[in-house]
Write a protein that binds this ligand. Structure first.
Ligand SMILES: Cc1cc2nc3c(=O)[nH]c(=O)nc-3n(C[C@H](O)[C@H](O)[C@H](O)COP(=O)(O)OP(=O)(O)OC[C@H]3O[C@@H](n4cnc5c(N)ncnc54)[C@H](O)[C@@H]3O)c2cc1C
Length: 386
C-alpha cells in the first residue's frame, strides 16, 4: 500500500523526536519533552496493540527498595550508586503523586513491608543494624519529612506485627511508610491522555526493525509503508533493548504473576517483599496479587516469551499457602495468571546514554521501573539537550 499525500504530511512527516516504546519511560519522557518544548513534533512508536513490555503487566508497587535489597545493592554497586538510584525512585514516587490524583491511578499508600524467614539468605540478626544504617544514609539523601527537626526514618522493625498479618514461617518484618501501590495500566493511560492532548502522536502496532543515523538525524525502518525521519531518536525498550542495540548490557527477565479471587478474611493491605525482592505480593482490594520466583529458574526466565510456566506458578502457589495465608486456609481460586518482560543487567542503575549521533537510550529499569521512570525521563531530556 502506497502512502497518501496527506499521510506523508502528517503521520510520516519528519519529527523532532521519535521515542521507541510506549512504556513508562517512553511516556514520561514524552511528557517532559512536550512540557518543556510545546512546539516539538514527537512520535512514540510501539509495536504492541497496547504497550507490551512491563508497564501494564507489573505488580504496581510504587517502591524504592527493601532493606535486604538495598544492603545487597551496596555490595553489588557501592553505596553511592545505591543512594543515587534510590533517590531517583523516591523522587519519582513523589512526582507521580503530585501529577496524578489518587483516583486516576488507584494510588494508595499503605506502606511496604519486607518479610524474612529464619535461616534464609538474609541474616536477620543484622536487621536492626541494617535499618539504622539505611535510615542514617538514606533519610537525609531523600529528605523525608521532618519531625522535631529530624528526618523521619524510612524503615522500622515491625516484627511484632507478624501474627496480626497472619503470615506463616516468617521470623522478622521491616516496614516503610513511604511505599505506595497503584494501577499501572491506569497510570499508562493517564500519561497517554496528557501527552496526546498536547499533540504527541502514538503509533501502535509499529515495530522498529532498524535505524541508521546520518548528518541531520535518524532514519527509522518499521513495518509501516514508509520510513520515518527524525532529528533525535530515544530508545525506551527496556528488556528488549538488545534487539535493536546488541551491545547494551540489558537482558530480558520474565516476571510471572497471578491474582486470586477475593479472600474475605485477607488480613493485610500494602506491598510486601521477600527474598531480596524475588517474591512480591500485595492486596488488590480483597484479592492477593503475587509474583516473582524467577530465582527458582534464572535460565528459563531469561526469555522474551510472555507465557507463564507451570514450574514458577507452582512455586508461587506454594509460597502463598506456606507463607502468606494463615495456616489451614482454603486455597483460593487463581483468577488470572500473566507475565511481563523486565530489563536486567550487571548493575541495577538505569542506562541513560547517547549511543551515536542523534541516538539516545533510557533502558534497564532492573525490575523496578514504576517510581524511577519520571526521573529517568528528566535525565534523558537533559541528555538530549531539550
Ligand atoms: C511481572 C512484573 C512485575 C513488576 N512489578 C513491578 C512493581 O511492582 N514495581 C515496579 O517499580 N516495577 C515493577 N516491574 C518492572 C516495571 O514494570 C518496569 O521496570 C517498567 O515497566 C519498565 O518500563 P519501560 O518503559 O522501561 O519498559 P516497558 O514497559 O517494557 O516498555 C517498552 C516498550 O517497548 C516496546 N518495544 C520493544 N521493542 C520495540 C520495537 N522494536 N519497536 C517498537 N516498540 C518496541 C514494547 O512493546 C514495550 O511496550 C515489574 C515487571 C514485571 C514484568
Amino acid at each position: 500500500m502506497a502512502i497518501s499525500v496527506w499521510e506523508q504530511a502528517t503521520y510520516f512527516a519528519p519529527k523532532d523526536v521519535v521515542i521507541i516504546g510506549c512504556g513508562f519511560v517512553g511516556l514520561w519522557t514524552a511528557y517532559e519533552l512536550i512540557k518543556k518544548n510545546p512546539q516539538l513534533q514527537i512520535t512514540i512508536l510501539e509495536r504492541g496493540t497496547i504497550p507490551s513490555g512491563a508497564s501494564t503487566r507489573n505488580a504496581g508497587f510504587s517502591c524504592f527498595g527493601s532493606v535486604s535489597e538495598l544492603i545487597y545493592d551496596v555490595q553489588l554497586m557501592g553505596e553511592a550508586n545505591m543512594l543515587e538510584t534510590v533517590k531517583m525512585r523516591y523522587q519519582g514516587l513523589q512526582k507521580i503523586q503530585k501529577i496524578f490524583g489518587k483516583a486516576d491511578i488507584d494510588y494508595d499508600q499503605f506502606g511496604g513491608y519486607e518479610l524474612f524467614e529464619e535461616n534464609g539468605p538474609y541474616d536477620i540478626s543484622k536487621l536492626d543494624e541494617d535499618i539504622a544504617y539505611l535510615n542514617k544514609v538514606l533519610a537525609p539523601a531523600l529528605q523525608t519529612p521532618k519531625k522535631n527537626g529530624k528526618y523521619l526514618p524510612i524503615y522500622s522493625n515491625e516484627t511484632k506485627k507478624i501474627k496480626q498479618l497472619g503470615f506463616q514461617n516468617i521470623k522478622a518484618l521491616a516496614f516503610s511508610p513511604f511505599e505506595g501501590q497503584l494501577n499501572s495500566a491506569k497510570l499508562v493511560l493517564a500519561l497517554q491522555k496528557e501527552i496526546q492532548a498536547k499533540g504527541v502522536q502514538i503509533l501502535f502496532n509499529t515495530e522498529v526493525k532498524k535505524f541508521s543515523s546520518h548528518k541531520k538525524g535518524v532514519t527509522l525502518h518499521t513495518n509501516l509503508e514508509a520510513p520515518i525521519e527524525t532529528q533525535q531518536l530515544l530508545i525506551c525498550t527496556n528488556g528488549f533493548a538488545q534487539q535493536l542495540v546488541p551491545s547494551l548490557d540489558v537482558v530480558p527477565a520474565r516476571g510471572q504473576v497471578f491474582i486470586t479471587e477475593p479472600i474475605p478474611n485477607l488480613k493485610f493491605k500494602g506491598t510486601f517483599h521477600f527474598d531480596e525482592g524475588f517474591y512480591y505480593f500485595r492486596n488488590v482490594g480483597k484479592r492477593l496479587l503475587l509474583g516473582g520466583a524467577r530465582n527458582k529458574d534464572f535460565k528459563k526466565e531469561k526469555t522474551y516469551s510472555l507465557e507463564t510456566s507451570k514450574n514458577i506458578q507452582k512455586h508461587l502457589e506454594d509460597f502463598m499457602m506456606k507463607r502468606i495465608l494463615p495456616k489451614g486456609s482454603k486455597k483460593p481460586k487463581i483468577e488470572l495468571r500473566w507475565s511481563g518482560t523486565m530489563g536486567m543487567g550487571k548493575i541495577k542503575k538505569p542506562i541513560i546514554e547517547a549511543l551515536q549521533p542523534h541516538v539516545f537510550c533510557a533502558v534497564r529499569m532492573s525490575g523496578m521501573g514504576v517510581a524511577i521512570a519520571p526521573i529517568v525521563a528528566e535525565k534523558a531530556v537533559q541528555l538530549m539537550g531539550r
